[in-house]
Design a protein around this ligand. Structure first.
Ligand SMILES: C[S@@+](CC[C@H](N)C(=O)[O-])C[C@H]1O[C@@H](n2cnc3c(N)ncnc32)[C@H](O)[C@@H]1O
Length: 309
């Protein structure tokens, strides 16, 4: 299996769909000369954090349509100590009645959109799975069996992430297309859009669903500009496949990563192994072909390249 060495990747907050567990299988498909790594659907930014930990890009762009989430990212990068102090205060204050405290913070957050309250909610909600009502109110419930990540652990994670990404990261909270259109040929775009299997359902797992056709149109446009990109796009869990594959005429290399038992599978209540689909853009494949010596450092045997293409 193609991996980079397994260094500990800090995570800034629990997030359903985080690629933290499989980031090390994705990094070997990075070319060596990445100027900007752009993550238009960043969520908890697991791939960017892992890439920063391995020194695989000079600069980073993190974007997510969820504005309060990006305000939280801004605090992580700009004021990590204040954020951690606020988390600790809430974590301690909740102790006499965690259930009531969670509802109090959730109600306040729906008015203020305060980043430190969002951090507390993310630490307490069921499986880090954000849900919004149809009128945009955060309505996920707490996992009342747990108190949420201990303040010291949270502090260590946030300070580590802040150290890796602050001063070299630009943040945005716009539709992915706005960010993608700024990419240049020596950049790399990593995209992990909302799961087709869970978008446009009554279960509002992500802030916004994303239409398949619109996503494909954006990929066509990126191909026309020779942009290098990697997409994580729906997978197979046991016998179930989520979503339809991307069209052949995009010329993508389709790889499959055996990702173990995913949080997605757990959320859907089964024990099957998840196989994640990874798609590489034509420009990226060219860049990787001409940079084979770099890839050898990651011990990727030649004959295994694109095994599943
Ligand atoms: C599967 S999650 C990404 C998880 C991420 N890879 C991680 O490691 O945490 C998809 C994200 O896309 C965001 N999103 C949904 N529609 C979007 C859009 N049109 N433009 C930008 N972000 C969007 C959601 O808010 C969600 O955070």
């Amino acid at each position: 299996m193609k991996t980079v060495e397994n260094i500990n990747v800090p995570h800034p907050f629990p997030y359903q769909g985080s690629k933290r567990g499989i980031a090390r299988y994705i990094l070997p498909y990075f070319p060596p000369d990445v100027r900007y790594l752009i993550e238009p659907f960043c969520g908890s930014g697991a791939v960017s954090i892992a890439a920063a930990g391995h020194g695989l890009a000079k600069h980073f762009v993190l974007n997510d349509l969820n504005r309060p989430l990006m305000d939280l990212w801004s605090e992580i990068l700009e004021h990590p100590n204040i954020l951690c102090d606020e988390y600790e205060r809430q974590w301690l204050e909740q102790q006499p009645d965690r259930k009531a405290y969670f509802f109090k913070v959730r109600n306040e957050f729906n008015i203020t959109h305060n980043p430190h309250q969002l951090l507390y909610l993310l630490a307490r909600i069921v499986k880090g799975s954000i849900r919004y009502s149809s009128d945009g109110q955060f309505n996920q419930s707490a996992d009342n069996r747990r108190s949420g990540m201990k303040p010291n652990t949270m502090r260590q994670n946030i300070l580590d992430v802040s150290m890796l990404l602050s001063k070299k990261t630009t943040l945005a909270a716009v539709d992915f297309r706005e960010v993608v259109k700024k990419a240049k040929e020596n950049d790399l775009v990593y995209m992990d859009p909302p799961y087709q299997g869970t978008s446009f359902t009554r279960d509002h797992r992500y802030l916004n669903g994303l239409a398949y056709d619109e996503f494909v149109a954006a990929l066509c446009y990126m191909n026309s500009l020779n942009i290098s990109y990697i997409i994580s796009y729906d997978g197979v869990t046991g016998e179930k496949t989520y979503g339809k594959s991307l069209p052949i005429n995009l010329g993508l290399k389709h790889l499959q990563i055996h990702a173990g038992r995913s949080s997605q599978a757990t959320l859907l209540g089964n024990n099957h192994e998840t196989i994640e689909s990874l798609y590489l853009s034509p420009s990226l494949v060219c860049r990787l072909e001409i940079n084979k010596p770099f890839r050898k450092r990651y011990h990727i045997p030649e004959q295994q390249e694109f095994l599943f293409a």
